[in-house]
Design a protein around this ligand. Structure first.
Ligand code: PMP
Length: 350
C-alpha cells in the first residue's frame, strides 16, 4: 500500500493548516444603509470558531521555535474563552497537554467545552490582576512548576500580534485587490488583532489606510487614543473578550508609533441591536464583540463619507453566547430589551 506523504493539492494539513484564509464578506444591507462599502472578515469560520485560533497557533509555534516546548510538553494559559478554545484545539492536534486557568465567574458551558476538547481546566476565584491568586499568575506558576511547559501569556506575548501581521493583514490586503479600501476598525482584548493588522496595513499602504479602535463601555482605550488618559468610558459592558484597562505589550508599538488614527466608543445598546440586525438583514449569526465592530464600521464609513470602503473583523459566532444574547430575561437584566426594535423582537426566543 502506498501512503501519501502529505495533504493532496488543494487540501490543508490537519487542524492547524485550516487556521486562517477566512472569507471577507461584503455586508450588503449595511452597505446600502450607510452608503459606504462595509466588509467583515469571517473569523467565525475559523476551525475553532474564532479569531483567537490565529493567536493560539502563533504562540504555540513561537514556543516551539524558541525551544520552550518539546514533543509531549504542556501549554498553560490564563483565559476566559476563545484563546483557551483555540489552544485546546491546537494542543490536541499537535499532541501537547493543555492547562487552562479561568475565573470561576465563567459559564459552565465554556468549562465543559474546554474539557471536551481535552484541556485540564482550573476555575479559580475571580480576583484582580495585582492579587497573586489572579488566574494569570496561577497559570504562570503552574507552567514554572513543570518541565517542558510554557505559559503562553497572550496579553504580553507579541507572537499574538505577529499572527495578524503574518496572516490577517496579508489576507485582507489580497482580498481587497491589493488594499483597495480606506479604513480598518476593530475592538481589542489583548490588542493582537488591531495592532498586528494595523501594522501590516499601514506598512503596505504607506500610511494611507485609516486604522481605528472600537471600544466598549468600561475600557480605558478610547480615552487613551483621544486624550492620552487611561480613563474608563462607562462602567462595563455585556460584550465578552474585549475592553482593556491597560496598554498591553501587543498594543504598545502601534499606539506609541501613533498608528491608531482614531477611536469610537460603542454603547451596548448599539452592539446588541446589531447582533439582531446582522441576523435579520445579512443572515449572519455573530457574537457581541463582532456586532460592536460591525456597528463601528458603519459609523466609520459614515464619517469617512459616501463610497468609503471599510473592513472590520467578525470575531466569532453567537453560538457561544446564545443563552444570553437571545434570552429575554438576560436582556432585561442588562436593561437591553428595549434596545431591540419591535420588528426584531421575534428573534428573542429563549
Ligand atoms: N472578540 C472576542 C469574542 C474575543 O474573545 C477576543 C479576544 N479576547 C477579541 C474579540 C479581541 O481580540 P484580541 O485579543 O486580538 O484583541
Amino acid at each position: 500500500m502506498t501512503t501519501y506523504p502529505g495533504p493532496k493539492p488543494g487540501a490543508v494539513n490537519g487542524f492547524v493548516g485550516a487556521v486562517g484564509n477566512t472569507p471577507l464578506i461584503r455586508l450588503n444591507k449595511l452597505s446600502e444603509k450607510t452608503g459606504a462599502e462595509i466588509y467583515g472578515k469571517a473569523e467565525f469560520m475559523e476551525p475553532g470558531g474564532s479569531v483567537k485560533d490565529r493567536a493560539a497557533l502563533w504562540v504555540v509555534m513561537d514556543a516551539e521555535k524558541k525551544g520552550l516546548i518539546k514533543p509531549g510538553g504542556t501549554v498553560v494559559e490564563g483565559t476566559a474563552g476563545n484563546t483557551g478554545i483555540g489552544l485546546a484545539h491546537v494542543c490536541r492536534s499537535k499532541g501537547y497537554r493543555c492547562v487552562i486557568y479561568m475565573p470561576n465567574t465563567q459559564s459552565q458551558e465554556k468549562i465543559d467545552l474546554l474539557r471536551m476538547l481535552g484541556a485540564e481546566v482550573y476555575p479559580v476565584p475571580a480576583v484582580p490582576f495585582d492579587n497573586p491568586e489572579n488566574y494569570n499568575h496561577q497559570a504562570r506558576r503552574h507552567a514554572e512548576s513543570l518541565d517542558n511547559a510554557v505559559w503562553t501569556n497572550q496579553f504580553d506575548n507579541v507572537a499574538n500580534r505577529q499572527a495578524h501581521i503574518e496572516s490577517t493583514g496579508p489576507e485582507i490586503w489580497a482580498q481587497t485587490n491589493g488594499g483597495e479600501f480606506d479604513g480598518f476598525i476593530a475592538a481589542t482584548g489583548t490588542g493582537g488583532t488591531l495592532a498586528g493588522t494595523t501594522r501590516y496595513l499601514k506598512d503596505k499602504s504607506q500610511g494611507r489606510i485609516q486604522c481605528w479602535l472600537a471600544d466598549p463601555p468600561g475600557s480605558v482605550l478610547h480615552q487613551f487614543i483621544q486624550n492620552k488618559k487611561l480613563e474608563r468610558t462607562g462602567n462595563g459592558s455585556m460584550t465578552e473578550g474585549i475592553g482593556q484597562g491597560r496598554i498591553t505589550e501587543n498594543l504598545k508599538p502601534e499606539v506609541e508609533a501613533g498608528l491608531i488614527d482614531n477611536s469610537l466608543h460603542v454603547p451596548d445598546a448599539d452592539s446588541i441591536r446589531t447582533v439582531y440586525e446582522m441576523l435579520d438583514e445579512e443572515g449572519i449569526y455573530i457574537g457581541a464583540s463582532s456586532a460592536l465592530n460591525v456597528w463601528a464600521a458603519g459609523q466609520m464609513g459614515a464619517k469617512m463619507g459616501k463610497g468609503s470602503r471599510i473592513v472590520t473583523i467578525i470575531c466569532d459566532g453567537a453560538y457561544r453566547y446564545q443563552n444570553r444574547l437571545f434570552s429575554r430575561k438576560w436582556l432585561e437584566s442588562k436593561g437591553l430589551d428595549k434596545a431591540i426594535p419591535d420588528h426584531l423582537q421575534r428573534y428573542i426566543v429563549l
